[in-house]
Design a binder for this molecule. Sequence first.
Ligand SMILES: Nc1nc2c(ncn2[C@@H]2O[C@H](COP(=O)(O)OP(=O)(O)O)[C@@H](O)[C@H]2O)c(=O)[nH]1
Ligand SMILES: [Mg+2]
Length: 356
Amino acid sequence: MRIALLGQPNCGKSALFNAVAGYKTAVSNFPGTTMEYVSSRVCLQGESFELVDLPGIYSLSTPEKEELLTRDYLLKKKPDLVVNIVDSSVLSRSLELTLELLELGLPLVVSLNMIDEARRKGIEIDVEHLSEDLGVPVVPTISIRGEGVPELFQKAVAAAKERRIGKTFFFSMDVERTVSHLSSLLGKDTADKLGVPTRMLAIKLLEEDEEFHAAVERASPVVIREVERLRGDLAECHGRPSDMVISSERHSLAMNLFEHVAKVKRRTEKSLRDQVDRYLMHPFLGYIILGLMLVTFFGFVFSLGKHLEAPLLGWFEALALYLSSWMEKTSVILALLTGLIQGFSGGIGIVLPVSA
Ligand SMILES: Nc1nc2c(ncn2[C@@H]2O[C@H](COP(=O)(O)OP(=O)(O)O)[C@@H](O)[C@H]2O)c(=O)[nH]1
Ligand SMILES: [Mg+2]
């Protein structure tokens, strides 16, 4: 079985991967490219899985070549389960990708990662509710500390076996009417050939996805003419291109979800870390503090070296004298030991007294 880790860049995918991956990890290239992904064989609940850390993507509807490679991997390799890692501290933005993954129809588990950061920002997330709304397991995690990771993978294995697919999220009425009309035109066969659910194919065509557009055009040019007409109607009705209509529909669904499951507490007092950060990250004061820290640090190292140098060198000298009085002058061992001691004291003599 294969489990793929997927999320936006910097959400903590690699930290999660490292928390469970065995010491034997393999780096592979996407076919015909220099882009890499990492995988590892892991043993979860007595079964062996291939765990794959895919490059981060913001959306499945993307013109970026690198991001399309991750999408291609999902469509062609069809992992048995996707662990969608979301950055809980920017939950509503992250949920847009989750909604797209639900459209993809693969078994899914959501890792609410960086829950510590979310709490620090005063964001409280009702995990149960989010799981109910999405129709898939949701587990809060702090992947750098390994917190929540065992529970996440326990639910992941169960969901992979059950092939649990989440809920379908519907857009507003007129957009939904266009999506379902197009779905019925496309039919299941065309979508199956492309390895995606019919609904997702219809949505991607309305989003002007080049790859799917070209594929459907090859298979059925008549349908593509209807797709273009529907795009035009949608754009005219909403006053913006059809891809933007779909992305703003998803955006508002994600916002609604966020408002349903999360509360943002107004913080009255700033945490110590925030207060320290205010000075350390200041565009002017930050550099002065950095300079002072470096001067203090090097000053400490140099003055310590100055005081340690003489006693340490004296000690090495005494040791060499003691050995030469105790061993024969021509002994090879004495020559070796004296060489070793001189090497050490020479090294210390170079490193410590830079300031002397
Ligand atoms: N506070 C916090 N930081 C995290 C957590 N997970 C990852 N990070 C940090 O977020 C940054 C990005 O993590 P990384 O695993 O490289 O993200 P990737 O780009 O998704 O692979 C790193 O600095 C991690 O130390 C978490 O749960 N809590
Ligand atoms: Mg990474």
